[in-house]
Design a protein around this ligand. Structure first.
Ligand code: ATP
Length: 456
């Protein structure tokens, strides 16, 4: 599906490659489906997405703490969590086109590929019965491959949080409500990966488990649904391209009593960006039983004891990065030429300011280098002296740099430079000595996408 203000995936894929955000992995060997590598600007962008997530939880709140747990955990983890029995997708094979599909994603029970038989000579599609396919990657630890050495690459970061919950009670003396957050790689042997970094087999998650007294679960579920929705809006996603969709009863996971997805209008339609679930005490109860450890919170003063309920906002760093890229992508016309511009929130932009000497002589490069040295202590900046100034602006527009600073003839006389705004194209003259403060002021100012329509 495509609407007028939704960019095509082809444009995003092509810009990502052209400007070094994201490359298909192992390309010199012909590529490996569904794996992608982040290039220089992609790393800076995704790091900013993750940094903003951490900031909203660790710096702006005092009831969330951090964790970085191992990818390989004790195999009993996945028995307790239900992943060995239930982390499956229904898989069907098409005998006609010889491909595999997820049964729940097929339209009208047909695989939709080109039929190999002419019309009227049998079914277009000859599908096998669906069988459950476990999405966990399995490997072995140690030199001997026996039954006891089988382990799994984690399919979600959440379980690492439950396994460490006791440490936070004992040593950090945390009292519900409080959250434990982590960011890291997860692995799923997806049947139908695709749509660029939307669905990969190796991806990065940003998950938080918020432990609460059972009676407060509904309240905190509502709170985190709204807080997570608002996070995307604050970082510039147009609100009319985002929605909160509650799951129907038959969609709910085995552990969840209520789940809502934050969905974004991707080039492939409305799709999940993040899920917020009320997991009850399912996980702590399971791990308490399987590990024979007491995972209850005990209030030493009142003697009250309970297994906390858990509210989980689970986001994907890659899906978020893709959503920010799609929402930022824009084309306009300047001086009769089409310009591609990423209207990213300045906090997410890979490079905050580019410093450009107008000409490569007359002392301008030296002044520009001096500015770079001063700014780099506070911001991600880039120096570029190659080619016509218009081309250099376009290059920065394509990677979403909000401000381009040009050193010109006048700069050598009065130590001022021009600051060009990526979106308004306005140029202001600013004193070199005031530049860093001015850029930080702009960086902190509330921001809305100029692509949006926000009403009165
Ligand atoms: P889907 O229904 O799209 O498969 P899910 O409901 O299984 O997603 P969760 O288990 O809730 O996903 O994982 C939390 C988040 O992790 C998702 O909202 C998504 O942003 C991200 N995520 C999950 N699977 C993938 C994947 N294969 N590639 C990239 N990101 C993913």
């Amino acid at each position: 599906m495509a609407t007028a203000d939704v960019v095509t995936m082809d444009k995003i894929v092509s810009l990502s490659k052209r400007r070094g955000f994201i490359f298909p992995s192992s390309e010199i060997y012909g590529g490996i489906g569904s794996s992608y590598d982040y290039g220089h600007y992609g790393v800076l962008l995704k790091n900013n997405v993750k940094a903003e997530w951490w900031r909203s939880l660790l710096r702006e709140r005092d009831d969330v703490v951090a964790l970085d747990s191992a990818i390989i955990q004790h195999p009993r983890t996945w028995e307790a969590s239900g992943h060995i029995a239930g982390f499956t997708d229904p898989l069907v094979d098409c005998r006609t086109c010889k491909r595999r599909y997820r049964a729940d994603k097929l339209e009208d029970g047909q695989c939709g590929e080109k039929p190999s038989k002419p019309p009227g000579e049998g079914p277009n599609c000859d599908l096998t019965e669906a069988r459950n396919f476990n999405l966990m990657f399995q490997t072995t630890v140690g030199p001997v491959q026996d039954e006891g050495s089988t382990v799994f690459l984690r399919p979600e970061t959440a379980q690492g949080i439950f396994l460490n919950f006791k440490h936070y009670l004992q040593f950090a003396r945390k009292k519900p409500p409080f959250g434990i957050a982590q960011v890291g790689k997860s692995f799923r042997n997806e049947i139908t990966p695709g749509n660029f970094v939307f669905r990969m087999r190796e991806f990065e998650q940003m998950e938080m488990e918020f432990f609460v007294p059972p009676a407060e679960a509904d309240k905190w579920y509502d709170f985190w649904k709204q807080a997570r929705f608002d996070w995307y809006v604050k970082l510039g996603i147009r609100p009319d391209h985002l929605r909160l969709r509650p799951h129907d009863a038959d969609e709910l996971s085995h552990y969840s009593s209520a789940t809502s997805d934050v969905e974004y209008l991707y080039p492939i339609g409305w799709q999940e960006l993040e899920g917020i679930a009320n997991r009850g005490d399912f996980d702590l109860r399971q791990h308490a039983e399987y590990s024979r450890q007491n995972l209850e919170y005990v209030d030493t003063a009142s003697g009250e004891r309970y297994l906390p309920y858990v509210i989980e906002p689970a986001a994907g760093a890659d899906r978020a990065t893709l959503a920010f890229l799609c929402d930022a992508y824009d084309e306009d016309e300047i001086e009769g030429e089409t310009r591609t511009v990423l209207r990213l929130h300045p906090a997410l932009a890979p490079v905050k300011a580019a410093v450009l000497p107008l000409v490569k002589k007359d002392g301008q490069p030296e002044v520009a280098r001096e500015i770079v040295a001063a700014l780099r202590e506070r911001l991600q900046v880039e120096y570029d002296e190659g080619g016509a100034i218009g081309r250099r602006y376009r290059r920065q527009d394509e990677i979403g740099t909000p401000w381009s600073i040009t050193v010109d003839h006048q700069s050598l006389d009065d130590r001022t430079v021009t600051v060009r705004d990526r979106d308004s194209l306005q140029q202001d003259r600013v004193a070199i000595d005031a530049l860093a403060d001015e850029l930080e002021r702009r960086l902190r100012a509330p921001w809305r996408s100029p692509k949006g329509s926000y009403g009165p």
